[in-house]
Design a protein around this ligand. Structure first.
Ligand code: GLA
Length: 385
């Protein structure tokens, strides 16, 4: 990937790249649809991600190209930009816009991107390209900005420039990932702790449903709004700021405040999931992987039944994984509605798992899933040219 990118850079821009950067994608191990409800999540960065070959130029232009999409762009440096339709380069452009608006002077840039993350598969390809761009800018222009600030800036771009009301989890995970560690992140305070995630004889297996996610964005925003409505109803009697301030017992004792049954289910998922994250952290710290696996399965069940963000494709994978004897836990990861599932499977059984899952899934769904294995990996970084 690296050599191909550098070679293509020269062919495309007719000059040598002077910098090379990589930002991973992420999976969330547990704590789904929690970040925007102010609770705890446990993601880790993965081995696949996005690369950027770059050079500063003396022309007052930003040039964007990508090996994975045909569209290119050449934009004069100006004081602000707005989103260009659904083009891939909106993500790096949003970051450059953010920096310019914050008073940073940038020179012309030639940028060639490429990635091995499946796009739109729930592995945070957008957070990856955003954090990648801001990290590269910090190195090229000596901008003194911490990794946490980079994650916050990338979230702001995603919320305001791109227009997706996501939480902080994805940007934080790809900026702050550490090799063989899961990140236990409090999404309200941003306090975080690294928990060893080597899993001994088990492997973190990522299974892409390969489903086209058409409605994901509108359904995500719908869940976001439902949580806001449930919180508003509970605030009539409870002095809380966010759903994750509650425990399950208190929620149940105040069920009468939420008349709408669907809103109650959504709140029940959020609060029970937040409690599962705390239990999952204890399980990992004590090496109780089978307990961790059971919590993953319970998380999936809650996302399917209460939060209703799974779907036949993800459920087919989880149903198969739950019955596979060398698998101790599996769940959907990310926003849902397609995207990816994760499973903890004994290292020596991955080939057997894949060989049996693929035909089972194809028979039920009509096309094949993709399976790959990853460790928990380092976050965004510079690579030697
Ligand atoms: C998407 C969002 C995250 C988070 C997850 C669900 O990945 O970008 O902020 O809300 O969905 O946990």
């Amino acid at each position: 990937m690296k050599t191909e990118l550098v070679k293509n850079f020269k062919e495309h821009f007719n000059r040598e790249a002077t910098g090379l950067f990589f930002c991973p994608g992420r999976v969330n191990l547990i704590g789904e649809h929690i970040d925007y409800n102010g609770g705890k999540v446990m993601p880790c960065a993965i081995s696949k991600g996005t690369y950027l070959a770059i050079a500063k130029t003396t022309e007052k232009k930003f040039r964007f190209a990508c090996l994975d999409f045909p569209e290119t762009a050449e934009l004069h440096i100006q004081s602000s930009y707005s989103k260009a339709g659904k083009q891939w380069f909106n993500y790096p452009l949003g970051i450059l816009d953010h920096l310019i608006q914050n008073g940073y002077e940038l020179s012309g840039l030639d940028m060639l991107f490429s990635g091995d993350l499946p796009v739109g598969a729930g592995l945070s390809s957008s957070a990856s390209i955003e954090v990648l761009t801001i990290f590269a800018m910090s190195k090229l222009f000596d901008i003194n900005i911490s990794r946490v600030e980079m994650a916050l800036a990338a979230k702001k771009v995603e919320n305001e420039f791109i227009g997706v009301s996501c939480g902080i989890m994805d940007q934080f995970a790809v900026a702050m990932g550490k090799s063989n560690e899961a990140i236990l992140l409090d999404c309200e305070t941003l306090q975080h702790e690294y928990i060893p995630f080597e899993c001994g004889e088990y492997s973190l297996t990522i299974i892409n449903t390969n489903k086209q996610r058409a409605l994901a964005e509108s359904k995500y925003n719908e869940r976001f709004a439902e949580c806001g409505a449930a919180l508003k109803a509970l605030k009539k009697e409870l002095a809380i700021e966010k759903l994750c301030d509650l425990d399950l017992k208190t929620l149940e004792a105040h069920q009468h405040l939420i008349e709408n049954e669907i809103l109650f289910k959504r709140a029940r998922h959020v609060i029970s999931e937040n409690e599962r994250v705390k239990k999952a952290a204890t399980a990992l710290k004590t090496g109780a992987f089978t307990d961790f696996g059971s919590l993953m399965l319970a998380s999936h069940h809650s996302l399917k039944e209460l939060y209703e963000v799974s779907g036949i494709e993800l459920d087919t994978i989880i149903e198969f994984a739950a019955k596979f004897k060398s698998c101790i836990g599996a769940r959907m990861t990310g926003a849902g509605f397609g995207g990816c599932a994760i499973a903890l499977i004994k290292k020596d059984s991955i080939n057997d798992f894949t060989a049996k899952l693929v035909p089972f899934y194809k028979n039920n769904i009509g096309y094949e899933p993709s399976v790959f294995v990853s460790n928990a990996e380092e976050g965004v970084r510079e690579i030697k040219l």
